[in-house]
Structures are given as structure tokens and as C-alpha cells.
Design a protein around this ligand. Structure first.
Ligand code: PRT
Ligand code: ZN
Length: 287
């Protein structure tokens, strides 16, 4: 019975916790996540959930404490583990960036030569500097990296950025992107049955939730004479569904559009003669 369960490690409390729990719940998995809980067993899916610190997740997966995990690509990249990235999860997006003081006259990466850079990501920064052929001094700090220049510990920082407001508040400006990051599923290579079968079943559900988030369902009415142009704007999963309305000469068009640019698509559809446009969120989408 025990071997029939897949163990997943997710962040206990922090920026990835809510997104991780929400994703599993939307995939129809029921579990408790009461405060102080270290693990939970799903009631309707063979999954055991371990709540841990994000930095420990790659190591736990490598050491078989967990079979898979949800973790940021930044943490995965900084860890010295052999675990593999299985799927992007579409949340926890940020970038690891180099920032310098506002007054620093920065023109190109050549200006980083010989500079002292404070970071909690010495490996990722080291690999980046090597790739671009710059020799700089890496000063490792475990937290509050953004204050290092103002207290004289460093000339620059390399830290995670999302809105940029932390850098701005600390009088820093972003000058280079070391990597972009988002939450991903990681797994140990060579996972065996029956865990592999459970992982594939979990992936099937998660992909449907992620695809649903990235798309919207659109319905509209249009005069038949405008359909060719409307169909060009709406590619859909295969092609749009077109059905006649009770009113002669009019049709109802249904399709799926990308969440990112749907405002633009709706504007184009309106200009192409569409009326009564409805845009609806999708719960799950199986491609
Ligand atoms: O306790 P535990 O070790 O589990 O958590 P943690 O404190 O190490 O991590 P946490 O919860 O802060 O972040 C978890 C993961 O979220 C990171 O590893 C990233 O993959 C992702 N993530 C996404 C971020 C950010 N966005 C982010 N903005 N992690 C940290 N930040 C911090 C950044 O370090 C800086 O201090 O937010 C600040 C910058 O934010 P802006 O919006 O001001 O630019
Ligand atoms: Zn952490």
C-alpha cells in the first residue's frame, strides 16, 4: 500500500505555497494543509504531500525523501543535484538579475569586471559570469542582499526580482538578467512503476489545469458575410465551431483563445463585425 503512493514536496510557507496548493486542488486532489502540518495524505488520489522549505526540495527528491517536488527554477539551478525538470507550472515567475547603484555609470557587462557582487545564488551567478567572460568577486549572503551596497558590502547585487520595487526602494537599478524562473515539477530520474504511473496520471491532470489557465473560451455572434475574417482571427484548438443562429444570415462562433492576448483579439473581432462577445474562464482543458 505504502509503495503505491507518490510523495510530493512543496513549499511549506512562502511565495510558492499558495500556487502549489491551488494547483493540486484544481487537479481534483483533496488534502488538508492545516498550519503546522509537515505532511498530509490525499483522500482521493495516491499522493502524500510533504510541506518543507523550498531550498530543501531538490535534495529531498534526489535522496528519495520525496519522489517529485514543486520548486523554482532558481532553486533547482542553484542546487547541486541530478534531479530533472519535468514540467513548467506557470506561477512563481521572476528573474535573477544583476543590479547596481543608481549612480553607477553602467553601459555594458564589461562594467562588471572586478566588481564585488552580493548574492544568495553564487553558483548561478558564477556560471553566468563565466559564460560572458567577466571576472567579478562573488560575495555570498544568505538574505537581505539588496542592502549590501548601501552598507558597503558590495558594489552590485544579484537577486530575484519580480516587480522591481525592492531594488527601487534600495536605490538600485537592474542591469542584466542572469536567468528567468518559474515554478516547475522536478522528479528523480528513473522513477519506477507504480510511482511512474501515478506521476503520469498527476501530470495529465496538472497539464489540463495549466492549459486551462493559459486559455479562455470565447463565444460571439456574427453575420455570415463576416465569418471568413473572424475565422482568420480565431484559430481555436483545431478551427472555430460555427453554428447557425435562429436569425437567418447569422452564426454563433465558439473558440479557444490565449489568455495573454485576448483583449487584442476581442478588439480585432469587434472591428471584424462580431457582436455579443462572451469570454469565459476554462476549468480544465485536455488537448
Ligand atoms: O522559507 P523558505 O526557504 O521555504 O522560503 P524563501 O524565503 O527562501 O523563499 P520565498 O518564499 O521568498 O520564495 C520562493 C520562490 O518564489 C523563490 O525561490 C522564487 O522561485 C519565487 N519568487 C518569485 C520569488 C520572487 N518572485 C520574489 N520576488 N522569490 C523571492 N522574491 C523576493 C526577492 O528575493 C526580493 O527580496 O522578492 C523581492 C523582490 O520582489 P520585487 O517584487 O520587489 O521585485
Ligand atoms: Zn528558501
Amino acid at each position: 500500500m505504502r509503495d503505491e503512493t507518490l510523495k510530493i514536496a512543496i513549499q511549506k510557507s512562502g511565495r510558492l505555497s499558495e500556487g502549489s496548493i491551488d494547483l493540486l486542488r484544481r487537479a481534483g486532489i483533496h488534502f488538508e494543509n492545516g498550519a503546522g502540518k509537515l505532511k498530509s495524505i490525499a483522500s482521493n488520489f495516491p499522493l502524500e504531500i510533504l510541506f518543507v522549505r523550498d531550498d530543501d526540495i531538490p535534495r529531498y527528491v534526489e535522496d528519495s525523501v520525496a519522489d517529485i517536488g514543486f520548486v523554482g527554477q532558481n532553486v533547482l539551478g542553484e542546487s547541486c543535484t541530478e534531479v530533472r525538470e519535468v514540467e513548467r507550472l506557470g506561477f512563481g515567475k521572476c528573474r535573477l538579475a544583476v543590479a547596481v547603484r543608481e549612480a553607477f555609470r553602467y553601459e555594458s557587462v564589461a562594467d562588471l569586471e572586478g566588481v564585488r557582487i552580493a548574492t544568495s545564488y553564487p553558483r548561478l551567478l558564477g556560471r553566468y559570469l563565466e559564460r560572458i567572460g567577466i571576472q567579478a568577486e562573488i560575495h555570498e549572503l544568505s538574505g537581505s542582499v539588496e542592502i549590501a551596497p548601501s552598507v558597503g558590502l558590495a558594489d552590485a547585487v544579484c537577486d530575484l526580482v519580480s516587480s522591481g520595487s525592492t531594488l527601487f526602494t534600495n536605490g538600485l537599478k537592474e542591469v542584466e538578467t542572469v536567468m528567468t524562473s518559474e515554478a516547475v515539477i522536478i522528479s528523480r530520474a528513473g522513477l519506477q512503476e507504480p510511482k511512474l504511473r501515478i506521476l503520469n496520471s498527476l501530470l495529465f491532470r496538472l497539464r489540463a489545469v495549466i492549459a486551462a489557465r493559459e486559455n479562455k473560451y470565447i463565444l460571439l455572434n456574427a453575420p455570415n458575410s463576416h465569418l471568413p475574417e473572424i475565422e482568420r482571427i480565431l484559430p481555436g484548438m483545431k478551427s472555430p465551431t460555427v453554428m447557425p443562429l435562429a436569425v437567418p444570415g447569422w452564426s454563433s462562433v465558439h473558440s479557444v483563445i490565449c489568455d495573454e492576448d485576448y483583449w487584442e483579439v476581442v478588439e480585432k473581432l469587434k472591428l471584424a463585425g462580431a457582436e455579443g462577445i462572451l469570454v469565459i474562464s476554462i476549468d480544465q482543458m485536455f488537448r
